[in-house]
Design a protein around this ligand. Structure first.
Ligand SMILES: Cc1cc2nc3c(=O)[nH]c(=O)nc-3n(C[C@H](O)[C@H](O)[C@H](O)COP(=O)(O)O)c2cc1C
Length: 156
Protein backbone atom coordinates (compact mmCIF):
# COMPACT_ATOMS: atom_id res chain seq x y z
CA UNK A 1 0.00 0.00 0.00
CA UNK A 2 1.17 3.48 -0.75
CA UNK A 3 2.60 5.59 2.06
CA UNK A 4 0.48 8.48 3.24
CA UNK A 5 2.66 11.53 2.68
CA UNK A 6 5.15 10.89 -0.10
CA UNK A 7 8.21 10.16 2.05
CA UNK A 8 11.58 10.51 0.35
CA UNK A 9 12.92 7.00 -0.29
CA UNK A 10 16.06 7.90 -2.20
CA UNK A 11 18.19 11.00 -2.68
CA UNK A 12 21.42 11.62 -4.55
CA UNK A 13 24.62 13.05 -3.07
CA UNK A 14 24.08 16.08 -5.30
CA UNK A 15 20.72 16.66 -3.65
CA UNK A 16 22.35 16.42 -0.21
CA UNK A 17 24.94 19.00 -1.27
CA UNK A 18 22.23 21.24 -2.70
CA UNK A 19 20.15 21.33 0.47
CA UNK A 20 22.96 20.81 2.99
CA UNK A 21 21.23 18.01 4.91
CA UNK A 22 22.75 14.52 5.24
CA UNK A 23 20.79 11.57 3.90
CA UNK A 24 19.86 10.52 7.44
CA UNK A 25 17.94 13.77 7.89
CA UNK A 26 16.26 13.57 4.48
CA UNK A 27 14.91 10.04 4.06
CA UNK A 28 11.41 9.46 5.37
CA UNK A 29 10.42 13.12 5.23
CA UNK A 30 8.21 14.91 2.71
CA UNK A 31 10.20 17.41 0.62
CA UNK A 32 8.08 20.30 1.91
CA UNK A 33 10.44 20.68 4.88
CA UNK A 34 12.72 22.60 2.51
CA UNK A 35 10.12 25.38 2.34
CA UNK A 36 10.75 26.30 5.98
CA UNK A 37 13.80 27.64 7.79
CA UNK A 38 15.67 24.95 9.70
CA UNK A 39 15.38 24.90 13.50
CA UNK A 40 17.58 27.57 15.04
CA UNK A 41 17.69 29.53 11.80
CA UNK A 42 18.41 33.19 12.44
CA UNK A 43 19.77 34.91 9.36
CA UNK A 44 21.18 34.55 5.88
CA UNK A 45 24.75 33.39 5.74
CA UNK A 46 25.55 34.52 2.20
CA UNK A 47 24.57 34.05 -1.41
CA UNK A 48 24.99 30.95 -3.51
CA UNK A 49 25.33 30.49 -7.24
CA UNK A 50 25.32 27.72 -9.79
CA UNK A 51 23.02 25.13 -11.28
CA UNK A 52 23.25 22.04 -9.15
CA UNK A 53 20.81 19.35 -10.15
CA UNK A 54 19.66 17.26 -7.21
CA UNK A 55 17.29 14.31 -7.27
CA UNK A 56 14.79 12.80 -4.90
CA UNK A 57 12.29 10.01 -5.24
CA UNK A 58 9.16 9.77 -3.13
CA UNK A 59 6.55 7.08 -2.71
CA UNK A 60 3.22 7.72 -4.36
CA UNK A 61 0.11 8.07 -2.26
CA UNK A 62 -3.28 9.67 -2.30
CA UNK A 63 -2.46 13.34 -2.55
CA UNK A 64 -3.84 15.81 -0.14
CA UNK A 65 -4.38 18.28 -1.60
CA UNK A 66 2.51 39.32 7.49
CA UNK A 67 1.97 41.65 8.28
CA UNK A 68 5.03 43.81 9.07
CA UNK A 69 5.30 46.04 12.09
CA UNK A 70 8.23 47.93 13.57
CA UNK A 71 8.63 45.23 16.17
CA UNK A 72 8.56 42.25 13.89
CA UNK A 73 11.56 40.03 13.34
CA UNK A 74 12.75 40.58 9.70
CA UNK A 75 13.36 36.90 9.15
CA UNK A 76 9.75 36.22 10.13
CA UNK A 77 8.60 38.67 7.44
CA UNK A 78 10.81 37.04 4.84
CA UNK A 79 9.45 33.69 5.92
CA UNK A 80 5.84 34.78 5.50
CA UNK A 81 6.54 36.10 1.99
CA UNK A 82 8.20 32.81 1.15
CA UNK A 83 5.12 30.93 2.25
CA UNK A 84 2.89 33.08 0.03
CA UNK A 85 5.20 32.71 -2.97
CA UNK A 86 5.25 28.97 -2.47
CA UNK A 87 1.45 28.67 -2.41
CA UNK A 88 1.14 28.62 -6.21
CA UNK A 89 3.96 26.07 -6.54
CA UNK A 90 2.30 23.87 -3.96
CA UNK A 91 -1.02 23.99 -5.82
CA UNK A 92 0.67 23.04 -9.10
CA UNK A 93 2.61 20.15 -7.61
CA UNK A 94 -0.35 18.89 -5.55
CA UNK A 95 -2.48 18.78 -8.70
CA UNK A 96 0.23 16.89 -10.60
CA UNK A 97 0.51 14.36 -7.79
CA UNK A 98 -3.27 13.90 -7.67
CA UNK A 99 -3.38 13.26 -11.42
CA UNK A 100 -0.13 11.29 -11.60
CA UNK A 101 1.30 13.59 -14.25
CA UNK A 102 4.61 15.38 -14.56
CA UNK A 103 4.89 19.05 -13.76
CA UNK A 104 7.15 21.92 -12.79
CA UNK A 105 7.07 24.74 -10.24
CA UNK A 106 9.55 27.02 -8.53
CA UNK A 107 9.86 27.21 -4.76
CA UNK A 108 11.80 29.31 -2.33
CA UNK A 109 13.66 26.68 -0.35
CA UNK A 110 16.05 26.80 2.59
CA UNK A 111 19.31 24.98 2.95
CA UNK A 112 20.23 23.55 6.33
CA UNK A 113 22.38 26.62 6.98
CA UNK A 114 19.39 28.93 6.46
CA UNK A 115 20.31 30.19 2.98
CA UNK A 116 17.32 30.74 0.72
CA UNK A 117 17.48 29.69 -2.92
CA UNK A 118 15.12 29.40 -5.87
CA UNK A 119 14.45 25.76 -6.51
CA UNK A 120 13.00 24.84 -9.90
CA UNK A 121 11.31 21.53 -9.23
CA UNK A 122 10.25 19.02 -11.88
CA UNK A 123 8.37 15.91 -10.82
CA UNK A 124 7.84 12.84 -12.98
CA UNK A 125 5.61 9.85 -12.11
CA UNK A 126 7.18 6.42 -12.62
CA UNK A 127 6.24 2.84 -11.82
CA UNK A 128 8.67 0.20 -10.59
CA UNK A 129 7.84 -3.33 -9.48
CA UNK A 130 4.14 -2.51 -9.29
CA UNK A 131 4.77 0.49 -7.04
CA UNK A 132 4.26 4.09 -8.01
CA UNK A 133 6.89 6.74 -7.33
CA UNK A 134 7.62 10.32 -8.22
CA UNK A 135 11.11 11.36 -9.24
CA UNK A 136 11.98 14.97 -8.41
CA UNK A 137 14.62 16.97 -10.24
CA UNK A 138 15.78 20.09 -8.43
CA UNK A 139 17.62 22.90 -10.21
CA UNK A 140 19.26 25.63 -8.12
CA UNK A 141 18.32 28.92 -9.78
CA UNK A 142 20.37 30.95 -7.33
CA UNK A 143 19.85 32.96 -4.17
CA UNK A 144 16.69 34.78 -3.21
CA UNK A 145 18.01 38.30 -3.11
CA UNK A 146 15.45 40.11 -1.00
CA UNK A 147 11.96 40.31 0.40
CA UNK A 148 11.12 42.57 -2.58
CA UNK A 149 12.05 39.81 -5.00
CA UNK A 150 9.68 37.50 -3.18
CA UNK A 151 6.83 40.02 -3.48
CA UNK A 152 7.44 40.45 -7.23
CA UNK A 153 7.59 36.69 -7.69
CA UNK A 154 4.27 36.35 -5.92
CA UNK A 155 2.55 38.95 -8.12
CA UNK A 156 3.81 37.64 -11.48
C1 LIG B 1 9.39 13.86 -5.99
C2 LIG B 1 9.07 15.16 -5.31
C3 LIG B 1 10.10 16.03 -5.01
C4 LIG B 1 9.83 17.26 -4.39
N1 LIG B 1 10.86 18.11 -4.11
C5 LIG B 1 10.60 19.28 -3.50
C6 LIG B 1 11.65 20.18 -3.21
O1 LIG B 1 12.82 19.95 -3.53
N2 LIG B 1 11.35 21.34 -2.59
C7 LIG B 1 10.06 21.67 -2.23
O2 LIG B 1 9.85 22.74 -1.66
N3 LIG B 1 9.04 20.84 -2.49
C8 LIG B 1 9.27 19.65 -3.12
N4 LIG B 1 8.24 18.81 -3.40
C9 LIG B 1 6.84 19.24 -3.11
C10 LIG B 1 6.38 18.86 -1.72
O3 LIG B 1 6.81 17.58 -1.34
C11 LIG B 1 4.83 18.87 -1.67
O4 LIG B 1 4.32 17.99 -2.63
C12 LIG B 1 4.27 20.26 -1.93
O5 LIG B 1 4.72 21.14 -0.90
C13 LIG B 1 2.72 20.26 -1.95
O6 LIG B 1 2.19 19.60 -0.86
P1 LIG B 1 1.75 20.34 0.51
O7 LIG B 1 0.82 21.48 0.14
O8 LIG B 1 1.06 19.24 1.29
O9 LIG B 1 3.00 20.84 1.17
C14 LIG B 1 8.48 17.59 -4.03
C15 LIG B 1 7.46 16.69 -4.34
C16 LIG B 1 7.73 15.50 -4.98
C17 LIG B 1 6.60 14.55 -5.30
Amino acid sequence: MASPDLPIVHCTETFQKLVGYPESEILGRNCRFLQYPPPGYTEQTGPTTGFDIGQTKTEDSTATAGDASKEINPSAVIHSHAIMQNDSGRMTITECIANSVEGQASFINYRQNGERFWNLLTIIPIENGGRKYFVGLQADLGPVESTEEMKVAKQS
